[in-house]
Design a protein around this ligand. Structure first.
Ligand SMILES: [Mg+2]
Ligand SMILES: [Zn+2]
Length: 426
């Protein structure tokens, strides 16, 4: 039996998706039920092996000695057979940092464990992913609050704003789209790739879901390969297509396990009351969230409060029902700034060129646009006119004065062209 340490055996604060384990034995606290559960597992004859990532050592915010002291204390208090630790961070590219299975494989060799018959219990996707890679049966823990909240319950949605079937959003939510990003923070990623299931999947009969999921996974892997080829740090939003909080969470966990090795994977969750729990839980599991389908100020705010890394507002759809998208985005921007929310604003549902300009001016960090607009962003009829005049003048001038009896010059490669033309008064 492999056991994760932080958040599984001991209480660990998670702030903005980052786990902060106790930094000394004094503040070490076992989670309720852990000693009893481990005693029962031990009685059943299972070796108990802790496998834990401790990247704070590589990050310099924790000493190896402090981690070892906590591990030694755990071994005194719990019937553990071994505690195996990875002290590296992502940049070290080691074989032992979960989701890589190095620690488990190492333990299996040392302690003669049959990985096929082993179990792994953990609280984040990195654990279950490592467990699956090693061939174990994996168990992902959820917070008790979430378990309670995800029980089916009467809907609290307003009768005057019935929720449309999710497939009706498909026209605008179907990616992939090209994204423009205001570069407020140099060095950060410069765009967002969007991916979602092709529309037909919504209507698939239940029996084909397995196959479709496989095809979907291939689709996403292809997009990840593209992102890695052209810009490794491009955030990729993949939208959940399950309905109901329990199903959405299970699917989010699959997404994180299947695609979480891509650092900038973002799980896309539509705004909704039950969905707030899903957002929270994905953050706790170590994922990133893009809360989508927001049409109002309050929705965007609640999404950010729940921890969404990105909040998507639908420009064209907001206008459809007579509201001013520009003032909504402006207000959201203002409040994020005042409250120092780190969430970034994505504006989607762009239909006209002017929408792009207005969305950025209103404070969007990212604008998702149909690819057809990209060349148009560089174009202007007056530019064509000026360019044609210049070329015409140039041809007249160069043929009037052939150099050394040579024929007229071919259009030269003028760099930078704007300077040359500017000097000519155009
Ligand atoms: Mg953990
Ligand atoms: Zn390591």
């Amino acid at each position: 039996m492999f056991l994760d340490r932080d958040g599984t055996l001991i209480r660990t604060d998670v702030v903005d998706g980052v786990s902060h384990p106790p930094d000394s034995v004094d503040v070490l606290e076992l989670l309720p039920g852990v000693p009893e559960a481990l005693a029962r597992l031990k009685t059943a004859g299972l070796p108990l092996i802790v496998v834990t990532n401790q990247p704070d050592v590589a990050r310099g915010t924790q000493t190896r000695e402090a981690v070892e002291a906590i591990n030694a204390d755990l071994q005194r208090r719990l019937p553990l057979d071994a505690v195996l630790c990875c002290y590296h961070d992502d940049g070290d590219d080691c074989a032992c940092r979960k989701p890589r299975p190095g620690l488990l494989i190492d333990a299996a060799e040392r302690l003669d464990v049959d990985l096929r018959r082993a179990f792994l219990v953990g609280d984040r996707w990195r654990n279950t992913k490592a467990g699956r890679r090693a061939g174990c049966t994996t168990i992902l823990l959820r917070q008790p609050t979430t378990a309670a909240a995800t029980k089916p319950r009467p809907t609290s949605r307003s009768p005057t704003w019935p929720r449309r079937p999710r497939s009706s959003y498909a026209a605008e939510r179907s990616g992939p789209g090209e994204d423009l990003r205001r570069q407020r923070q140099p060095g950060r990623h410069r765009g967002v790739a969007q991916a979602r299931l092709p529309e037909r999947h919504h209507d698939q009969p239940v029996h084909s879901v397995r196959e479709e999921r496989r095809a979907f996974a291939d689709h996403i892997r292809d997009i990840i390969a593209l992102c890695q080829r052209y810009e490794g740090n491009l955030p990729l939003s993949v939208e959940l297509y399950a309905s109901g909080p329990r199903e959405m969470l299970a699917q989010a966990e699959r997404f994180l396990a299947d695609f979480g090795d891509y650092d900038n994977l973002v799980v896309k969750v539509p705004i909704g009351w039950d969905e707030l729990q899903v957002i929270r839980e994905i953050k706790r599991m170590g994922g990133k969230v893009n809360c989508t389908c927001c049409m109002s100020y309050n929705q965007a705010l609640i999404a950010a409060q729940s921890g969404a890394d990105y909040v998507s507002l639908f420009w064209g759809r907001i206008r459809d029902i007579g509201y001013d998208s520009s003032s909504i985005v402006r207000q959201v921007r203002q409040t994020f700034k005042e409250w120092q929310y780190p969430s970034e604003i994505i504006v989607g549902s762009i239909r006209q060129m002017i929408d792009i300009n207005e969305a950025f001016q209103a404070g969007a960090d990212i604008v998702t646009v149909p690819p057809k607009f990209l060349p148009l962003l560089c174009a202007h009829p007056k530019t064509d006119e000026a360019d044609a005049e210049f070329m015409n003048d140039f041809r007249g001038w160069s043929s009037a004065e052939p150099m050394n009896g040579q024929p007229a010059l071919a259009p030269p490669d003028l760099t930078p062209p704007s300077l040359t033309r500017g000097a000519d008064g155009h």
